[in-house]
Design a protein around this ligand. Structure first.
Ligand code: NAP
Length: 259
């Protein structure tokens, strides 16, 4: 997609979203930064406007609220780009996390993303222009014991995005799933998962590298973008391995991280 119009980035106060918003502005989009921590996105919006001479606004919003789409639509009725990046999860045995907290993960990663996606999709289709970029994860590729609910939410994001892309593509709108592997951000502290920097270097990406892949995906959309080639290979190779073997390997690797 050629630059122009507004790009909404949810989860823009930290990590991948905070790296992505200035890159989209530098590439030619106005940006609307969304997250709950107002002071962070307001400061980043000011910095972006100064550095890139584009309109950069901040909207403090919990995207998991029932009325989140209405609030976002009031601030930006017709975005060219929507990046559903806000997301979280809880690492460890499923029963160790209260059910309400697990349900909140589903609400943020799946329900909120669906409401924003389907809220903006009709307008984009009517205009014949738009990209919706949904940040999934390599955890979407297979069930992940000890990160079960999070991985299941990301499988949903991947499935939804691929299906919607087929529906929308011929009408000028693309829906892209971005599937990063480990990225050192605030995510690990919130998830209680191991430091991403323990990941081998060939499988590790910085938030800035993932953000670069996101900008490239907005400019030249493909249904699924996997920033690290090793994870693209892993996804391809899984087709030839029994599901039970893949699950066993995933369980072993996650268990090791809990030690
Ligand atoms: N880091 C990784 O290893 C990794 C790997 C694969 C995929 N991902 C995915 O990448 C995305 C970004 O993660 P990250 O690593 O950048 O995490 P992060 O550093 O924890 O940032 C998460 C962002 O989401 C926002 N957020 C969380 N809950 C929200 C809510 N209810 N409403 C609005 N904003 C909310 C946070 O802002 P506030 O707290 O200010 O609201 C923050 O800006 C997530 O979808 C994550 O699942 C991450």
């Amino acid at each position: 997609m050629e630059p122009g119009g507004t790009a909404i980035v949810t989860g823009a106060s930290a990590g991948i979203g905070a790296a992505l918003a200035p890159r989209l502005a530098a590439a030619g989009w106005d940006v609307l930064l969304v997250a709950r921590r107002a002071e962070r996105i307001e400061a980043l919006a000011q910095e972006i406007a100064r550095a890139h001479g584009r309109e950069a606004r901040a909207l403090a919003l919990d995207v998991a609220r029932d009325d989140a789409f209405a609030a976002l639509e009031a601030a930006c009725p017709a975005p060219a780009v929507l990046v559903n990046n806000a997301g979280a999860g809880r690492f460890g045995p499923a029963e160790a996390t209260p059910a309400d907290e697990q349900a909140a993960t589903v609400r943020l990663n799946c329900e909120a993303l669906t409401r924003l996606t389907l809220g903006y999709l009709p307008g984009m289709l009517a205009r014949g222009r738009g990209v919706i970029l949904n940040v999934a994860s390599i955890a979407a590729f297979q069930p992940v014991p000890y990160f079960a609910v999070y991985a299941a939410t990301k499988a949903y994001v991947l499935s939804l995005s691929e299906a919607l892309d087929v529906e929308a593509r011929a009408r000028g709108v693309r829906v892209v799933a971005v599937c990063p592997g480990p990225v050192p951000t605030e995510f690990q502290g919130i998830a209680g998962s191991p430091d991403a920097r323990l990941t081998p270097r060939h499988a590790l990406r910085t938030a800035e590298q993932v953000a670069d892949a996101c900008v490239a995906a907005v400019r030249r959309p493909r249904p699924v973008v996997v920033p690290a080639p090793v994870h693209g290979f892993m996804r391809w190779a899984q087709r030839f391995v029994p599901r039970s073997t893949v699950l066993g390997m995933a369980a072993k690797s996650m268990k090791k991280r809990m030690e």
